[in-house]
Write a protein of this length. Structure first.
Length: 144
């Protein structure tokens, strides 16, 4: 009988362990675990943004971006407009198509390893596409 109580107690402890959960709130995906609550950005077919932060939480790679709008005054004069400084967060995973500034395709792990290089080169705007809180593609300067 004592053995049965130990097994039941062990199962109860294991089932109470906090694991990341995914919820939807006001149209935004929320990743929640015991330490934090991360709201993921909305679906955007054409992203133009400055990368602000690249980090890992619970073995998931995230990127925080600041969306901008590109306007043209003349044919050759490009102007970057940032009226809304809201930072959006997206997941980068093995399904994300990632191009570096030198036109190399990166895996999610290579992307994370090169995060400082990516963040320090603010000269280029990242372009991409997102769906369901994840980046489908992101390009850090290979536009040609």
């Amino acid at each position: 009988m004592r053995f049965l109580y130990i097994i039941i107690f062990s199962i109860a402890i294991i089932s109470c362990k906090k694991t990341p959960t995914e919820n939807t709130q006001h149209g935004q995906k929320i990743i929640q675990n015991s330490n934090s609550k991360i709201s993921l950005g909305e679906d955007i077919e054409e992203i133009n943004a400055y990368p602000k932060k690249i980090y890992k939480a619970n073995q998931i790679i995230y990127i925080d971006i600041d969306l901008v709008k590109i306007e043209y005054k003349n044919i050759d004069e490009k102007v970057i407009v940032n009226k809304n400084h809201k930072i959006r967060t997206y997941i980068i995973n093995e399904n994300t198509l990632i191009y570096s500034g030198d036109c190399k395709t990166l895996t999610a792990d290579e992307f994370f390893q090169n995060r400082q290089l990516i963040l320090n080169s603010n000269a280029n705007i990242a372009v991409g596409q997102s769906k369901n809180g994840k980046m489908i593609s992101i390009n850090f300067g290979c536009y040609g």
